[in-house]
Design a protein around this ligand. Structure first.
Ligand SMILES: [Zn+2]
Length: 494
C-alpha cells in the first residue's frame, strides 16, 4: 500500500483503527510521516482522527513519544550489554569486513596473508604514497578488499591507516547509536565514555610505526598535501618533479608522436610564448628544452652513484636516530613528568578548595584567604600546563619530521643493498610484529626484475621515482637530482 501511495495511486487512506494500521508504534509513526510528506491523509475511524488536521498532529506527537520509549528500552538493553562488555575489555567487531584479524577463542587473531597486506599499506604510506596510489597498487596485484571485493577505495585505505587495533590497542565505543528511530551511528567525541585498552591483542604493525603514520596523516592534512594528487598519479612519475634551475618553475611535458622525441620545457617559457608581447618576451625564461629520454638516463646515472654514498647515508641515519630523536624523547619525557607533578598538585588544591567550600560552618576568615591563595595557584598551574602541552606538541612535530627523514634514509639504504647484492632475503613472518626494525625488514621492497643488471640500474621505472626521488633541477649544463632521503647528486650533461 505504501508503494501505491508513493506512486501516486492513492489519495486518501481510511482505516478502522490505529492498531489495525500497523504492527507496532514505530512502524505506524514512520508510515504516517511518510504519507503525510506525500500529502496523503489517513483517517482513523475509531479514533476519529485525520492525520492532516490539528487533532492528527497531537496524535502523532503522542505516538512518537510512545515509540521512543518502546524503542529506547530495547535499544538501551542492547547497548548496556555492549557497554558492559566494553568495561571488561571485550570489544565488538565486525570481523567479516576487518582486514588482518579474525575472531579467535581469545579475541583478535591474526590472519597471516591479510596481515601482510595491512603492513604493505602502512609501509607504502610512510614511503610517501597517497591512499589513491596505494589503491592502484593493490588492485594491480589483485589483492582482495576487506569486504571481499576487487575495488579498493582511498577511504578503505584511510580507515586501515587510522585503526588503532592494528598496533594491538583497542579503543572501544568509537561510535554509538545516537538516534533510536533512525539507528544512525555517530562518532563518540565525549558524549559517552570511551575505553582504551593498551596491548589488548597481538599487533600487526608496531606502535612506533602506527604513531608515525598518525603524525604523517596530520602533517599531510595540515599541508593539504597529498603527494599522489600533487604529482598527477604514477603514470608519468616525473610530472611535478622537474624544476627549472633558472626561474624555479615546474617543467611541462610535450608529447610527440614519436615517443622518443617527447620533451620537457619550462612552464614560464611556454606561458610567455602564448602572450607574445615584446615586454614579456624579454622576461621569458630561456631554459633549454630537454628530451625525456635524456632525463631518464640522468636519473639512472644518479641512482647508480648511490652506493658510493652509503657510508654518508649510514652516518646521517645514526645521527638522526641516536642524537636528534633521542634528544627529543628525553625532553618529552622530562616535560611529561613535570606535567604529571603539576596535575597532581592541582588535584590536591582543588580537593582542599572544595572541602572548605562545602564545610558546614562556612569558611573562617583565615581559611578564606588560604582559599584565595590556592585558587591563584590553580590558575597559574593551568597556564603552565597549557604551555607544557604546547612545547610537547612542537617537539612531537619535530620528532615526526626526523623520523620521516630517517625512514627515507632507511629505504634508500635498503635499495643500495639490493643494488650491491647485500640485501638479505625478506623474512616475511606471518605473525605479530612488535618491533620497528622488524617491520621494515619484513616489508622490504623488491626492485622489479629487469631493472637491475650486475648491480646497475638499467631500466627507468616510474615507481622508483615515486619512492625515492624528490625532484630534479634542470640547469643549463647539468642536473641536480634530489632524493627524498636528503641526498643530492649532480650530473653534468654529457
Ligand atoms: Zn624557467
Amino acid at each position: 500500500m505504501i508503494r501505491d501511495c508513493e506512486e501516486g495511486k492513492i489519495d486518501l487512506v481510511i482505516t478502522k483503527s490505529i492498531s489495525r494500521f500497523s504492527r507496532n508504534t514505530l512502524d505506524c509513526l514512520t508510515n504516517i510521516r511518510k504519507l503525510k510528506a506525500l500529502g496523503i491523509p489517513i483517517i482513523f475511524e475509531k479514533e476519529s482522527t485525520n492525520t492532516m488536521e490539528a487533532s492528527g498532529e497531537l496524535m502523532i506527537t503522542i505516538l512518537a513519544s510512545i515509540a521512543q520509549q518502546e524503542s529506547a528500552s530495547t535499544s538501551q538493553n542492547v547497548k548496556m550489554g555492549i557497554r558492559f562488555g566494553f568495561q571488561e575489555g571485550r570489544g565488538r567487531l565486525n570481523y567479516s569486513v576487518f582486514l588482518g584479524y579474525q575472531k579467535g577463542t581469545k579475541g583478535y587473531e591474526i590472519v597471516p596473508g591479510e596481515a601482510e597486506v595491512v603492513r604493505r599499506i602502512y609501509r607504502l604510506y610512510l614511503e610517501g604514497f597517497s591512499p589513491n596510489i596505494i589503491c592502484q597498487e593493490l588492485m594491480e596485484e589483485n589483492i582482495t578488499t576487506p569486504a571481499g571485493g576487487n575495488t579498493w577505495y582511498p577511504s578503505t585505505v584511510q580507515s586501515i591507516l587510522e585503526n588503532e587495533k592494528y598496533c594491538g590497542d583497542l579503543l572501544m565505543q568509537k561510535y554509538y547509536v545516537e538516534d533510536f528511530l533512525t539507528h544512525k551511528s555517530v562518532r563518540n567525541t565525549g558524549a559517552l565514555p570511551q575505553y582504551f585498552v593498551e596491548d589488548d591483542h597481538a599487533p600487526i604493525v608496531p606502535k612506533a610505526v602506527y604513531y608515525q603514520v598518525q603524525c604523517e596523516r596530520k602533517r599531510r592534512s595540515a599541508l593539504m598535501l597529498d603527494p599522489g594528487k600533487l604529482r598527477f598519479g604514477r603514470r608519468i612519475a616525473l610530472n611535478g618533479r622537474l624544476i627549472c634551475g633558472k626561474c624555479g618553475r615546474i617543467l611541462k611535458r610535450y608529447v610527440k608522436p614519436n615517443e622518443a622525441l617527447t620533451d620537457w620545457r619550462c612552464r614560464q617559457r611556454a606561458m610567455v610564448k602564448k602572450s607574445n608581447t615584446k615586454e614579456n618576451a624579454s622576461n621569458r625564461c630561456d631554459l633549454r628544452i630537454v628530451k625525456e629520454t635524456e632525463i631518464q638516463k640522468v636519473v639512472l646515472t644518479a641512482f647508480n652513484r648511490l652506493p658510493e654514498m652509503k657510508p654518508a647515508l649510514i652516518a646521517s641515519q645514526d645521527h638522526l636516530r641516536n642524537a636528534e630523536i633521542e634528544k627529543i624523547d628525553a625532553l618529552l619525557s622530562a616535560l611529561s613528568t613535570q606535567q604529571d607533578q603539576m596535575e597532581s598538585r592541582m588535584d590536591q588544591l582543588t580537593a582542599t578548595i572544595e572541602k572548605v567550600a562545602y564545610a558546614a560552618d562556612g569558611p573562617e576568615a583565615e581559611t578564606e584567604s588560604e582559599t584565595d591563595e590556592s585558587l591563584k595557584e590553580v590558575d597559574s598551574l593551568k597556564e603552565q600546563i597549557i604551555s607544557i602541552q604546547d612545547q610537547k606538541n612542537a617537539l612531537c612535530a619535530q620528532r615526526a619530521e626526523h623520523a620521516r627523514h630517517e625512514i627515507q634514509l632507511r629505504i634508500l639504504l635498503e635499495l643500495i643493498d639490493q643494488m650491491t647484492g647485500m640485501s638479505n632475503e625478506a623474512e616475511n613472518g606471518d605473525g605479530a610484529c612488535y618491533d620497528y626494525e622488524d617491520f621494515f625488514r619484513r616489508t622490504q621492497y623488491h626492485v622489479p626484475s629487469g631493472v637491475l643488471q650486475d648491480g646497475h640500474m638499467v631500466l627507468f621505472e616510474n615507481d622508483l621515482v615515486i619512492r625515492y626521488l624528490d625532484s630534479v633541477i634542470v640547469e643549463d649544463h647539468g642536473y641536480v637530482i634530489r632524493f627524498k632521503a636528503g641526498v643530492e647528486i649532480t650530473v653534468d650533461e654529457n
